[in-house]
Design a protein around this ligand. Sequence first.
Ligand code: NAP
Length: 264
Amino acid sequence: MDADKVIEMQSVTTPTRSQAPRVLILGGTTEASEIAKRLAARSDVTVISSLAGRVSQPRLPAGMVRVGGFGGVAGLISYLLNEKIEVVIDATHPFASKISGNAELACNTLNIPLIAFERPPWKPQEQDLWRAVPDVQTAASMSNHEGSRVFLSIGRQELGAFSDCIDAWFLVRAIDEPNEKLPANSKLILKRGPFHLNNELQMLRSECISLIVSKNSGGTATYPKIEAARALRIPVVMIDRPLKHKIPTVARPEDVLLKLAEFL
Ligand code: NAP
């Protein structure tokens, strides 16, 4: 879906809308959908979820939904004003740092409360064989070795960093067809989580995977690949999260709701 093409799944400017405080959730995560579901069931708030539009068939959260970029900080400020948003909840993916920076700037400018949710990162356990790296480029250079069979599971936006990796073979998994050039020696599988341990074990074994490249996304939906790597003693190149928030964050959807109660 074109991120610049804004789609409103349900009009957010209908004249019959209630006078309840309007809350914008910057979404795209399981937790954002969980928060939306809980708020949509209440009559004391009106909830609108915003999705970037990165996947062609998004799982739509409960309540009103809009899809597509706002047009930078200025666009987000206009949106917040036009839609009379009273509180913003940033529950975006831990690697989506631009939208979080934009939300902080826009909310600061308008003096609108911002609640920042960030799910905890995965922590290595004793049997894990992780090499932490700061970015995808480093991950690419660390995985390009002759004879390596790499499971590349970082989403589709940054796959281009691996396009010059001609020595290793890659099993690339993404939700939608990537636009970026894939490595010369690769096989693409299109699948959406949540994933399950038995299937991950079976896939890693049958493809003879010797290395996994992953983002430290946290959460449960994609964690089975990490558990499978542990069980099979497969090393993982783990890409660290970018610094995303300047303000304090909360780590559980329940804490988002408690914070929201303070502002409403
Ligand atoms: P980003 O770099 O933070 O954002 C880039 C632009 O996308 C933003 O400036 C904004 O456009 C738009 N955008 C992002 N989230 C939005 C939202 N919830 N509602 C409306 N517009 C939004 O994020 P990204 O490009 O989507 O993703 C960066 C990394 O995060 C990816 O590599 C991917 O691994 C990971 N990720 C993201 C998502 C997601 O749902 N976004 C899901 C899974 C993983 P404007 O400036 O025009 O407002």
